[in-house]
Design a protein around this ligand. Structure first.
Ligand code: NAG
Ligand code: NAG
Length: 440
């Protein structure tokens, strides 16, 4: 299938409606598939930066990776978080495209519009996820050579952070070997599943101090988390994933259904809660994959968007293979990648961690906990620094975040945000992206 390229009609209409015809023309877009392995087709969608003051060659390129595994950047990240249009196809004020070209890739294969021809082609570990992405990036930077000298950043959310770390390390090696030509400038790990055990072990204390567990609940959650710990220590990762799921059910029961993505909200839908004897993969996809595939988003992606894209094979449904993606990765899900973050830091890569204050599934306490395990020589220097407060861009005088940076590492504590930071605090997220990409 040939490359597709167009000017977004939706964006154009949106701009005409919102600002009148004197506004600049809508941004350029491109999308395509890359067959990253035999039978494994990966979909990407690029929005060229659309800024009034700079051309896209003078702005960075940001690749966005969604979580799950099985969540779609081209769908959720694009229309619910950082793309030029929201789910109602109205312009998003905090779109990242105003300050960067944004590349959404539906990975691992089977995610979003990506698809596999055969069940044996799904990725089963993060190493395969990384090598698949390297095939895509190599092709991308060859086909779009104009981006070879543009600073390239990888931003991620949730499980996307685990993939982003592994991909970044492979990318550094590929660039050193001359296999990929690009100006890799850094990786940003948002609410990232870097050390799953540290997340699970801090659920109890975090919920207890925020009035979401009583003493009995704290003991129950800690006991369940302790079982996860045993499995991880014995390297029984499939079992650890099953026990993680059980621990979530214990949290659910004791908190009357707290929302794992934002502790100030309750799981609105009884249907996502555990039912007796349910298969854990079915339960976990219901809990963590379905929320990224709401009915309205599915209708958009499988309706007007697939029609606009024009290259989606007839028998491929956006999100149709998401459950399989998650299920095939279940044996790798609870493995930490703290060592990979260490390698990135030692290699001199700019690494940023950012985390939402109200996120439970990847709570900030857990992030701080794995941070302390880094062997990186700069850690002592980082720990000696105090953080700096940042104003919320829309409410000067009100703190929107804290941040701290030392050598090639930075940490952003984003206030009043849960797991999906750009959805919850769009202006702050945009501001942070500009700071990380050295535009602010
Ligand atoms: C779509 O159809 C083709 C041709 O029949 C088949 O090879 C492929 O496996 C199908 N893909 C999916 C995702 O069902
Ligand atoms: C990493 O960030 C620093 C600023 O903190 C910057 O000077 C440096 O150029 C960045 N490195 C790369 C590879 O972009």
């Amino acid at each position: 299938m040939g490359p597709a390229e167009t000017t977004s009609l939706f964006l154009l209409l949106g701009i005409i409606v919102s600002k009148g015809l004197s506004s600049p023309l809508a941004g350029k877009e491109a999308w395509d598939y890359v067959e990253v392995r035999d039978g494994a087709h990966m979909f990407w969608w690029l929005y060229y930066a659309d800024s009034q003051s700079s051309g896209y060659m003078d702005l960075p390129l940001v690749m966005w990776l969604q979580g799950g595994p099985g969540g779609s950047g081209s769908g959720f990240g694009n229309f619910e978080e950082i793309g030029p249009l929201n789910r109602d196809l109205k312009p998003r004020k905090t779109s990242w495209v105003q300050a960067a070209s944004v590349l959404f890739v539906d990975n691992p294969v089977g995610t979003g519009f990506s698809y596999t021809d055969r069940p044996d082609v799904y990725a089963t570990d993060v190493a395969t996820v990384a090598s698949d992405m390297l095939v895509l990036l190599k092709q991308f930077f060859t086909a779009r050579a104009e981006f070879q000298n543009v600073p390239f950043y990888i931003f991620s959310e949730s499980y996307g952070g685990k993939m982003a770390a592994a991909i970044s390390m492979e990318l550094v090696k590929a660039i050193d070997q001359g296999a990929v030509k690009c100006r890799f400038a850094g990786v940003a790990l948002g609410d990232s599943w870097i050390s799953p055990l540290d997340s699970v072990m801090t659920w109890g204390p975090y919920l207890y101090t925020t009035s979401l567990l009583d003493d009995f609940g704290l003991a129950d959650v800690n006991r369940a988390a302790g079982e996860v710990k045993k499995a991880v220590e014995q390297q029984q990762f499939q079992k650890a994933t099953e026990l993680w799921s059980i621990t979530e059910s214990v949290v659910e029961q004791n908190t009357n259904g707290v929302n794992f993505y934002n502790i100030l909200t309750q799981e609105p839908d009884e249907k996502v809660r555990a039912s007796a004897g349910e298969d854990f993969i079915a339960l976990q996809t219901r809990r963590h994959i379905r929320p990224l595939h709401s009915q309205s988003l599915s209708e958009l992606m499988n309706g007007p968007i697939r029609k606009k894209l024009g290259i989606i094979p007839q028998n491929v449904t956006w999100g149709g293979q998401a459950e399989e993606v998650f299920s095939k990765m279940a044996g790798d899900f609870m493995r930490p990648v703290v060592d990979i973050v260490d390698q990135l830091l030692s290699a001199g890569v700019n690494v940023t961690v950012y985390n939402g204050q109200l996120d439970l599934i990847v709570d900030t306490m857990g992030q701080e906990q794995w941070l302390r395990q880094l062997k990186w020589e700069g850690l002592t220097g980082f720990n000696r620094l105090r953080w700096t407060a940042l104003d919320d861009p829309v409410s000067p005088g009100v703190t929107g975040a804290f941040f701290k940076t030392y050598k090639n590492f930075a940490f952003y504590w984003i206030l009043r945000a849960g797991h999906m930071i750009p959805s919850d605090q769009g202006p702050m997220a945009l501001q942070m992206m500009k700071m990380i990409t050295q535009q602010a």
